[in-house]
Structures are given as structure tokens and as C-alpha cells.
Design a protein around this ligand. Structure first.
Ligand code: NAD
Ligand code: UDX
Length: 480
């Protein structure tokens, strides 16, 4: 029986390994982590992450060929294939701080693999890493004196949160990079055989190591660039009376461009886009390519501009101050169908409103009060260092209350900001919300999910990203 061990039981390690276990009943899969609470949760009825379809997959395999454990060394030493899916956050200190990837967790995992291994292993980079990381990992692994043969593969993960199980069941492609040697080819084939249990072989792409590592950074940069492109257009739409939804539709109908990922929003969030682009920028700078670095940097600048623009629009519309006013925030997660808040635009928007002394009442169907308090009090880039590895204890932010229901959250509010596109926000009784709000009542739709015309008929003043502005908003221009 082939044995797989995955180091890192997070958003990638957990779902990915659960799907491998489900699709490959003859393979034993152990997912290990240094976080006792995370592993306990994986072994309980309340999994540590919310992901549609995940509970079902885990229930079918857990205890049969899928195991979650904190006994990292035992499972690594017994495995034939070791996936490393630890977090690779942005460095917060020292050389490259604010840009470069922090490979501390990766390096400590690699050193541990070298220490405990007694047999040959394939080591798979599942985490997103800078191009050429495999070379560094090879050096660490080769430094053990036990004459063990390690083959390094790069197998980046392309799943998106909220659709992870769907993406894993039916991936656009699986990418495997390895050394162009007979041993490298053998290792690639071994991993290909695992995926071939359910992925059509023509969708399994094999490349050299550096192409695989770089393709992951490139894919995320291209995706984020589309969002920044449409968001940049949304500002121009508001200035000219064009409608960004119509523009996206017209542009996306060109088969060379395609319709996906062209939804204007308050900004992209999530643990990957910003981190990976910063990482790409740093690599370009290190390789003497400042023009290329600046090109990609602009994607992040436009994203920051979009969040600032949104806050300015809220404040300017409400007579240039939100001091002491109650603003209801609907949605805190970085997208719907996840409880993940890493780099969510809601953090910057809430901070911006708090900076103008607003009182916030926040509701999200999947995010806890503790998480929101932690996010709003945390330093930039600390968010991707797991709670159990963080040094500082978060302080509670005054002026913020967490409410477990959208109607309660909006009661007596002066304005409502919709920051996550949860389906339930589309179906709310907005007449009821309007009746219970201060007047004039504002809705700022950061995801373009409400029917603005209907809300205007009720009496709301409505701002939708990239859409023609109400007369009220035109009279109170926001300065970005
Ligand atoms: P995560 O923070 O949810 O999980 C990482 C886990 O690794 C944590 O539970 C942490 O405790 C554990 N860990 C850290 N060091 C360890 C060690 N030495 N030994 C054992 N466990 C250790 O992160 P994630 O979202 O799963 O992301 C993991 C990697 O995958 C990152 O490189 C990320 O960029 C990449 N990625 C993420 C996504 C996504 O949607 N989240 C998608 C594609 C790729
Ligand atoms: C992303 C990549 O899609 C995935 O392939 C990679 O493996 C990890 O990073 P994820 O961050 O989970 O996945 O979600 P994604 O659907 O890409 O959304 C990222 C952010 O962009 C969200 O905040 C989302 O709301 C925003 N977005 C997405 C838009 O604002 N407009 C769009 O058209 C699409």
C-alpha cells in the first residue's frame, strides 16, 4: 500500500488529502500538523474550515484510509510520498519584509523530513513557493548523511476556497514539475498515477521544476490582474455613466478574453493573491527586472485604491463624516461560502470607517466575533501566521459589535455596507431593513448583488460599484 503524508492540515492540505483518500481507497493518507487544536477539529464533527461538500468527503474516509494526527515524525518517516502544504506567508521582518515569502515553516518541515526519514521519499511542494525553492529544499534534504534518495516535485494547488471540493474533483489541470532525470521522471510518474485515479491524463501537465513553481505565481497574478483591470474600469464607469456590468459582459464575450473573473468588487482578498504577487514582485526585483516588478505591483495598488475609494464614497455620501454613526457591515469573509478572512477587503474597509470614528455592527454567517476582533487589531501580514504561532495577543477593538443576524445588525443604522456576496444578502427583506434604519438610509453594495432600482424605489440611496450614480452621490463626490 502506498503511504502518503501531508504536512499542514490547513485550507489546502485538509481538502486535498481528503479527496485523494476518497478517490484512491488503496492509498493510506495521513494529514499531520503541529497545531493540536486543528487536528482535534479535523477528528471531530466540527471541521476547522467551512467548505461546501467537505464534511461529506471526510466522513466517507476518516478512520479508513484518511487520518489526522499530530504525530508528525511517525507519519513522515513511514510515508512514500510527503506533501508539504504549510503556510508561506509574506515576511514581516528583515530582508524582503513586506514582499518576500517567509519560508520558515517550509524550511523547518524540510529539516524534519531529513531528520526522521529512513527510506527514499518523494517530497512534493504543495505550498505556493518562490521559483527555485526546490533547489534550496534539495540542499536541506541532501545534507542528511543517511544516503537517502529524495526526489522533489512541484505540484502547486489551484483550488479556490468555497469551491475547493468541486475544483479538486474536476480540476482544469494538475501540474507536476520535476527534475529532468530518470529518477525525476519516475517520481513524476508516481504522482501522476495518484491523480490519474480520477483526473483525465490529458489534464495532468508535466514540466520542469521551475516552470511548475512559476506557473502558480503567474496564474494567481493573471487572475488578480483581471480583477484589478475591471475594478480600474469601474472607477471610470462611475465618472462617465457607463455600467461596469455591461462593459464586463461586452468585453468578456470576446472569446480571447472570456467571461469569467470580471466581476467588479470592493477589491480582491484571500490568502493568495496579494501574497503571491508581492512574492513575484520581489523575485523580479532580485532578478534585476524592475519594470516587470512595477507592472505587477500596480495590480495591488489598484486593489488598495479600490478599497480606499469605497471607504471615501461611504464617508463623502454621508455628509463627509461617519463619526458616531452606526454602519452595518454585511459580510466579513473574503468571498462567499467560506469563513476565511485572510486579507479580506472588509478589514481595510472597516479600518477606514473606524478611522473616521464610525460605530460598526458586523454580521457574517460564517465568521466568529473573535476572528473579526483579531483581524481588526492585527498588524499587517500577521494574519497568515497561524494563531498558535503568533506572538501577540489581539486586543479588542471598541466601536465594533458583532451581531448574529442581518436585521439586528442593520437596526438604527445610518448606512449598510455589503462586503461579501453571500446569497442570503440577496434575499433579505430590504423594506423591513429600511423601515428600521435612520434616514436618509444608505446602501453601499461592494459586490453588486442587490437590485439597486428596487432599493431606490423603497427609498434607499444606493451606491453600486461601477454603476451610474444616484443624483445624491453625484452631488457629494468622493475623492479617492
Ligand atoms: P493554512 O495556514 O490554512 O495551513 C497551513 C498549516 O500548516 C497550519 O495549520 C500550520 O499549523 C501548519 N504548519 C506550519 N508549519 C508546520 C510544520 N513545520 N509542521 C507541521 N505543520 C505545520 O494555509 P493554507 O491556506 O492551507 O495554505 C498552504 C499553502 O498552500 C500556502 O503556501 C498557500 O499559498 C498555498 N495555497 C493556498 C490556497 C488557498 O486557497 N488557501 C490555494 C492554493 C495554494
Ligand atoms: C485564488 C485562485 O482563484 C485559486 O486558483 C488559487 O489556488 C488560490 O487563490 P481564492 O483566493 O480562494 O482562490 O478565491 P477566488 O475565487 O480566486 O477569489 C479571490 C478574491 O477575488 C475574492 O475576494 C473574490 O471575491 C475576488 N473576486 C473574484 C472579484 O472581486 N471578482 C471576480 O470576478 C472574481
Amino acid at each position: 500500500m502506498v503511504k502518503i503524508c501531508c504536512i499542514g492540515a490547513g485550507y489546502v492540505g485538509g481538502p486535498t488529502m481528503a479527496v485523494i483518500a476518497l478517490k484512491c481507497p488503496a492509498i493510506e493518507v495521513a494529514v499531520v500538523d503541529i497545531s493540536v487544536s486543528r487536528i482535534n477539529a479535523w477528528n471531530s464533527e466540527q471541521l476547522p474550515i467551512y467548505e461546501p461538500g467537505l464534511d461529506d468527503v471526510v466522513k466517507q474516509c476518516r478512520g479508513k484510509n484518511l487520518f489526522f494526527s499530530t504525530d508528525v515524525e511517525k507519519h513522515v518517516s513511514e510515508a512514500d510520498i510527503v506533501f508539504v502544504s504549510v503556510n508561506t506567508p509574506t515576511k514581516t521582518q528583515g530582508l524582503g519584509a513586506g514582499k518576500a515569502a517567509d519560508l520558515t515553516y517550509w524550511e523547518s518541515a524540510a529539516r524534519m523530513i531529513a531528520d526522521v526519514s529512513k527510506s527514499d521519499k518523494i517530497v512534493v511542494e504543495k505550498s505556493t513557493v518562490p521559483v527555485k525553492t526546490a533547489e534550496a529544499i534539495e540542499k536541506i534534504l541532501a545534507h542528511n548523511s543517511k544516503k537517502i534518495n529524495f526526489q522533489i516535485l512541484s505540484n502547486p494547488e489551484f483550488l479556490a476556497e468555497g469551491t475547493a471540493i468541486k475544483d479538486l474533483f474536476n480540476p482544469d489541470r494538475v501540474l507536476i514539475g520535476g527534475r529532468e532525470t530518470p529518477e525525476g521522471a519516475k517520481a513524476i510518474q508516481a504522482l501522476k498515477d495518484v491523480y490519474a485515479h480520477w483526473v483525465p491524463v490529458d489534464r495532468i501537465i508535466c514540466t520542469n521544476l521551475w516552470s511548475a513553481e512559476l506557473s502558480k505565481l503567474a496564474a494567481n497574478a493573471f487572475l488578480a490582474q483581471r480583477i484589478s483591470s475591471v475594478n480600474a474600469m469601474s472607477a471610470l464607469c462611475e465618472a462617465t455613466g457607463a455600467d461596469v456590468t455591461q462593459v464586463s459582459h461586452a468585453v468578456g464575450m470576446d472569446s480571447r478574453i472570456g467571461p469569467k473573473f470580471l466581476n467588479a468588487s470592493v477589491g480582491f482578498g484571500g490568502s493568495c493573491f496579494q501574497k503571491d504577487i508581492l512574492n513575484l514582485v520581489y523575485i523580479c526585483e532580485c532578478n534585476g527586472l524592475p519594470e516587470v516588478a512595477n507592472y505587477w505591483k500596480q495590480v495591488i495598488k489598484v486593489n488598495d485604491y479600490q478599497k480606499t475609494r469605497f471607504v471615501n464614497r461611504v464617508v463623502a455620501s454621508m455628509f463627509n463624516t461617519v463619526s458616531g454613526k452606526k454602519i452595518a457591515v454585511l459580510g466579513f469573509a473574503f468571498k462567499k461560502d467560506t469563513g476565511d478572512t485572510r486579507e479580506t477587503p472588509a478589514i481595510d474597509v472597516c479600518r477606514g470607517l473606524l478611522g473616521d470614528k464610525a460605530r460598526l455592527s458586523i454580521y457574517d454567517p460564517q465568521v466568529s466575533e473573535d476572528q473579526i476582533q483579531r483581524d481588526l487589531s492585527m498588524k499587517k501580514f500577521d494574519w497568515d501566521h497561524p494563531v498558535h504561532l503568533q506572538q501577540s495577543t489581539p486586543t479588542s477593538v471598541e466601536q465594533v459589535s458583532f451581531i448574529g443576524d442581518a436585521y439586528e445588525a442593520t437596526k438604527d443604522a445610518h448606512g449598510v455596507c455589503i462586503l461579501t456576496e453571500w446569497d442570503e444578502f440577496k434575499k433579505l427583506d430590504y423594506q423591513r431593513i429600511y423601515d428600521n434604519m435612520q434616514k436618509p438610509a444608505f446602501v453601499f453594495d461592494g459586490r453588486n448583488i442587490v437590485d439597486a432600482e428596487k432599493l431606490r424605489e423603497i427609498g434607499f440611496i444606493v451606491y453600486s460599484i461601477g454603476k451610474p450614480l444616484d443624483a445624491w452621490l453625484k452631488d457629494m463626490p468622493a475623492v479617492a
